[in-house]
Design a protein around this ligand. Structure first.
Ligand SMILES: [Zn+2]
Length: 109
């Protein structure tokens, strides 16, 4: 399968980038010196899509070059994760609100 070959190739590049960032020696955010960083995508890639059509695009985001990765210490990483979760929830809340508004309009028709 073509997607598999592509994924393998991406993975090879990504694992090199990953190791480079992991052992860069300091946190990108607070500059504390650490032996092993937690590797993080600068822009969140989201969860794995259920649709196979979107899967290839997601893989490209997942297996990104080193320039799109950053090495963080545990503290900074968990702070970032928390921040992103909050943003995601806020966005989802807005989506739900507009959906239910639309649904209401339909039922009153
Ligand atoms: Zn840090």
């Amino acid at each position: 399968m073509k997607l598999c070959q592509q994924a393998r190739r991406y993975w090879r590049y990504y694992s090199i980038a990953y190791k480079k960032v992991k052992y860069q020696g300091s946190c990108d955010e607070c500059s504390v010196e650490i032996d092993e960083c937690e590797v993080d995508h600068r822009t969140p890639i989201g969860t794995q899509p259920r649709d196979i059509k979107d899967f290839g695009k997601w893989l490209v985001k997942l297996f990104c070059p080193a320039s799109k990765l950053q090495g963080l210490c545990k503290t900074c990483h968990s702070a970032k994760t928390k921040r992103e979760r909050k943003e995601r929830n806020a966005k989802r809340g807005k989506d739900n609100a507009s959906r239910s508004r639309r649904a209401r309009k339909k039922t009153t028709k």
